[in-house]
Each structure stands twice: as C-alpha cells, then as structure tokens.
Write a protein that binds this ligand. Structure first.
Ligand code: KIV
Length: 254
C-alpha cells in the first residue's frame, strides 16, 4: 500500500477527523503547517480568491503549478493536494502528464471534478501511481448557471447517482472522495458505505473530515458561500481563527 493511501486510511481507523484548508502561497502554507493542518489544497478556487474572477473556468494548469510550488516551499507535515483545473484532464494521457507535473512540484495527490465519463482517467492515474481525490456533488468547473449552485442528492435519482459514483470511485481505486454541497444525510450514507476517506464542504458533519476555502475562514472572500463561517471574527488573530477551525473539525463526533 502506498504511503499516502496508508496515511489517508489511518484517519478512518483512528476516527481522526481530517482538516483540509485551501492555500495558495508560502506564507499561509507555513502557518497551516505549523498548525498541523492535515491536508492543504491548492484549489482552483484561486480563480475567484486570487485572480478575482467569478468562477474557476479560466484557471490553467500553469496557475495551479505556480501556486503549488509556492505552497510546497513550506510543506513539512501536511498532505499537499493540487487541483486539476478544467481543460487539464481532457483525456487520460493529458491528465497523467499534468498530474505528473503537479507531483514534480511536490503535490502528494491530485483532485479531479468527477463525472461518469472520467472513469478511465481515474483508472489510468491510479494505475500510474498518481493518488486521486475525486470531487463529486456540486462541480464548480461545470456549473454554468446559478441553478447549478445548490444542494445535491435531495431527490432519489440524484441520491442513487451520487451513491453509485462513490462506490465506482472506490472500485476504481480513488484514494479519497470530496463532497461539495451534498445533502448531509446522503453524505452520511456515502461516508458509511465506502472504506476510503470522505471529506465534505457544505455537506454536513457526517464525513471523515471538512474542507474550507482559507479566505472564507478569515473573512477575506468577497462572496463567501452561505455554509462558510468567518472564524476570524471571534478570534482576532488569523492563527487563532485557523486553530479554532482545526479544533472544531477535530471535535466532530460521528
Ligand atoms: O478549489 C477549491 O478550493 C475546492 C474546494 C471548494 C473544495 O475545490
């Protein structure tokens, strides 16, 4: 078993909630490393919070490579996860080439927004020893209108589809699943029915961990989602705010 797989699975075995926060630069990466944050994600949310755009649609692999190399400068303990932005995984070969570039910048695992037609891509990456986190539920790269920004899995068809995707991903060998804006009862069922870690954002507390956008946690985002909470408001210090978020996630009991 690869080290990353062992490390990720140990969170489930030890009932240790995973704390994942996005990051885009070396200064914050030092803070997150010092705070023992488990996973640091170089997310394509940088399209909004760094580039000032309204969505993630223009983020390029070069953007993610650059920010991954900045974040990696202060990586000592955390798992470094890097997003595959839209257009960077058009087919298995392109996905592999770009994932390899991210691993060369010290990413430990890549994240892909998963649709059923991406199964071959996930299979290829896993077969070539690239650890994969599959992101399901709300997929910002494919969200074209405001109607796509909603909670997923409330009706039976969507619920069955998401459950089935989670099971297929486990079979394909994915190392982790990320649920975005998934109904919390469904998140619970998914988490309880797969053996790989499931982390959630806007998906309730029944996952194996929580992920948040750094700038939402410290009230710097212009348009934070409803489910995010500004932890800085009550703490007065960025480090204390992030530690408070860490303590909150670690205290979740499922
Ligand atoms: O890009 C990102 O920051 C993400 C999180 C919202 C999960 O994918």
């Amino acid at each position: 078993m690869s080290n990353i797989k062992k490390k990720l699975n140990s969170y489930i075995d030890e009932k240790n909630q995973i704390v994942c926060i996005t990051c885009y630069d070396a200064s914050f990466s030092k803070i997150l490393d010092d705070l023992s944050i488990d996973i640091v994600l170089v997310g394509d949310s940088l399209g909004m919070v760094i580039k000032g755009e309204t969505n993630t649609h223009n983020v390029t692999i070069e953007d993610i490579l650059y920010h991954t190399s900045c974040v990696a400068k202060n990586k000592n303990n955390f798992i470094l996860m890097a997003d595959l932005p839209i257009n960077s995984y058009k087919d298995p070969e392109i996905a592999y080439t770009n994932s390899k570039k991210l691993l060369d910048k010290k990413a430990d695992i890549v994240k892909i927004e998963y649709k059923d037609n991406h199964a071959e891509i996930v299979k290829t990456l896993i077969s070539k020893n690239i650890p994969v986190c599959a992101h399901i539920g709300l997929l910002p790269q494919y969200a074209l209108s405001i109607q796509d920004i909603r909670i997923y899995g409330k009706d039976r068809d969507e619920r069955d589809k998401l459950l089935q995707q989670a099971h297929s991903l486990e079979k394909l060998g994915a190392n982790m699943i990320l649920l975005e804006c998934v109904n919390s009862e469904l998140s619970k069922d998914i988490t309880n029915s797969v053996k790989i870690p499931v982390i959630g954002i806007g998906s309730g507390e029944f996952c194996n961990g929580q992920v948040q956008v750094l700038y939402d946690l410290i009230g710097v985002s212009n348009n934070p989602p409803k489910f995010s909470k500004d932890f800085l408001k009550e703490n007065g210090s960025i480090k204390k705010a992030l530690k408070d978020f860490y303590n909150y996630v670690k205290s979740i009991k499922n």
